[in-house]
Write a protein that binds this ligand. Structure first.
Ligand code: PLP
Length: 434
C-alpha cells in the first residue's frame, strides 16, 4: 500500500468503506501487532486488552500460526468444499471432534460466527422438523438477519432493519447484577432458569427446535450465569425435546479458563458454534453437532463457498496446538484471577465500579453513577475507554446498558503488560469517576 499517512487513510476509509464502526469514534490506523501489542502507523504502541474482539487468543501474529498459513498458502489456497476434500480442513474437523465435548462429532465450516450460528439453527430445524427457537434477552449471536433474530439486544441495531424470523421467544437473562426478577442469587433459586418452562408453555406453540445461549454473554456485558444455571436449563430442554445450541463464538478456545465455556457448567450441548479464537485471526467459523444431528443435512442442503478454507484450517490447527501446548486456558484462569483480585480491590474503593465479573480472561466491569440505584455510567465508560487509549491501552466498552468496560486480552499477555494495563485503567477510572 502506498499511503502511510494516518489522515489520508482515514479520509479514504470514510470515502470508500460502508461503516462497520460501532460508534462515532476516532479510529486507530494499525500498522502491525505482535502478542498483546498493537502499533499504529505513527509508531505509537498500545497494550491490547480486547484482542480484535476476543479473537487473537494465542496473541497477534503467533509465528507458528502464521507459518502454518504461509506453508498451506504455498500449496493450495482455495477449491471449495462442493466436490473437494482438503486434508487440512478434514484434519481440523477431526481435531474439533477430539477437543469438544464427546457427543459432538460432525462439523460444518463457514467463515464467521454468524455463519456458524446460521448453520446451527438450520441443522436444529432440519433434525427436529420444528422451527421455533428460544434465546436469551441480552444475548448476542451475530449481525445477519437470522442471527439478529435470536439476538436479545435491540441496541445491537435491530431497529430499522427488521422484520426478523418469526417463532423466536426470549427468556429472561441470568444477569444477577440486574436480575430481571429483582432477586438475589442464590435465594432466587435460579428463577431465570426455571422461567424457561414458562416461556415454553406460554410463548411458543410447543414446536421449539432449539434453545441458543452463550456460556458467558459477551456483547451483553460479560455476564456469566450462575454455575447451576445450564444444568437446570438442560433438564428443562430435555423434558421438552429441545436441542441446546451452545454459542462458543466468544467463549471458545481457552478464553474463559477452560477450552470451552460450557465446561464450567458440566452439561453437554447438542450443537456448538465456534469462530473468533479458532484460528488466531484467520477467518473461520464452525458448527459442530452430534453425529445424528449433523447427518440430517443431505447433499445440497448447506454450503459456503469459502467455508473451511485450507489456509484458515491450517492456521486453526497450528493455533489449537499452541493453545493446548502452552496451556493457554490455564494461563487465562490464572491471569484472570490476578486481574479480578485487583479489580475487586478497586471496586471496594471506587464508587463508580458497580460490579466486577467474568471468567478467565473474559472480564467485565460495570460502571454506575450510584451503587444503590445502579444508574448506568454510559458517558463515563466511553471517557474511560478514550483516556485509556490516549495512555496506550485498548479496552472494550459495551454491554446492554453501554456501561461495561471489557477486558479480553490475548491469553499470552505478560504479567508486566497486565500490571501496566491495570495501572492505566485505575488512573483513568479515578480521573473520570471521582
Ligand atoms: C457469541 C457470539 N456469537 C456470534 C457472533 C458473531 O460472530 P461474527 O462477528 O464472526 O459473525 C459473535 C460476535 O461477537 C458472538 O460474540
Amino acid at each position: 500500500m502506498k499511503v502511510e499517512n494516518e489522515k489520508e487513510i482515514v479520509e479514504k476509509a470514510e470515502k470508500f468503506l460502508i461503516t462497520t464502526m460501532v460508534a462515532k469514534i476516532e479510529p486507530i490506523v494499525v500498522s502491525e501487532a505482535r502478542g498483546a501489542t498493537i502499533k499504529d502507523v505513527a509508531g505509537k504502541e498500545y497494550i491490547d486488552c480486547f484482542s480484535g474482539i476476543s479473537v487473537v487468543n494465542a496473541g497477534h501474529c503467533h509465528p507458528e500460526v502464521v507459518n502454518a498459513a504461509i506453508e498451506q498458502a504455498k500449496k493450495l489456497v482455495h477449491v471449495c468444499s462442493y466436490v473437494y476434500y482438503v486434508p487440512a480442513t478434514i484434519e481440523l474437523a477431526e481435531k474439533l471432534a477430539e477437543i469438544t465435548p464427546p457427543k459432538l462429532q460432525k462439523t460444518f465450516f463457514g467463515n464467521s460466527g454468524a455463519e456458524a450460528v446460521e448453520c446451527a439453527i438450520k441443522l436444529a430445524r432440519k433434525f427436529t422438523k420444528k422451527y421455533e427457537l428460544i434465546a436469551l434477552m441480552c444475548s448476542f449471536h451475530g449481525r445477519t438477519l437470522g442471527t439478529l433474530s435470536v439476538t436479545g439486544q435491540a441496541g445491537r441495531r435491530k431497529y430499522d432493519m427488521g422484520p426478523y424470523l418469526s417463532g423466536v421467544s426470549f427468556a429472561p437473562p441470568p444477569y444477577c447484577y440486574r436480575c430481571p426478577f429483582e432477586k438475589s442469587y442464590p435465594d432466587c433459586d435460579l428463577l431465570c432458569a426455571r422461567s424457561i418452562r414458562n416461556v415454553i408453555d406460554y410463548c411458543t406453540s410447543k414446536g421449539v427446535a432449539a434453545f441458543i445461549a452463550e456460556p458467558v454473554m459477551g456483547e451483553g456485558g460479560i455476564i456469566p450465569p450462575p454455575l447451576e444455571y445450564f444444568k437446570l436449563v438442560k433438564e428443562i430442554l430435555d423434558e421438552n425435546g429441545i436441542l441446546f445450541i451452545d454459542d462458543e463464538v466468544q467463549t471458545g478456545f481457552g478464553r474463559t479458563g477452560k477450552l470451552f465455556g460450557i465446561q464450567h457448567y458440566g452439561v453437554e450441548p447438542d450443537l456448538m458454534t465456534l469462530a473468533k479464537g479458532i484460528a488466531d485471526g484467520f477467518p473461520l467459523g464452525a458448527c459442530i453437532a452430534r453425529k445424528d444431528i449433523g447427518d440430517s443435512f443431505e447433499p445440497g442442503d448447506h454450503l459456503s463457498t469459502f467455508g473451511g478454507n485450507p489456509v484458515s484450517a491450517a492456521a486453526a490447527l497450528a493455533n489449537i496446538n499452541v493453545i493446548l501446548r502452552e496451556k493457554l486456558s490455564e494461563q487465562a484462569e490464572e491471569k484472570g484471577a490476578y486481574i479480578m483480585k485487583r479489580l475487586n480491590e478497586m471496586k471496594d474503593e471506587l464508587p463508580i465500579i458497580g460490579d466486577v465479573r467474568g471468567k478467565g480472561l473474559m472480564i467485565g466491569i460495570e460502571l454506575v453513577k450510584d451503587k444503590v440505584k445502579k444508574i448506568p455510567a454510559v458517558d463515563e465508560t466511553r471517557k474511560i475507554r478514550d483516556l485509556c487509549r490516549e495512555k496506550g491501552l485498548l479496552i472494550g466498552s459495551g454491554g446492554v446498558k453501554g456501561c461495561v468496560v471489557r477486558i479480553q486480552p490475548p491469553l499470552v499477555i505478560t504479567k508486566e503488560q497486565i500490571d501496566s494495563a491495570l495501572n492505566i485503567l485505575e488512573t483513568s477510572i479515578k480521573k473520570v469517576g471521582s
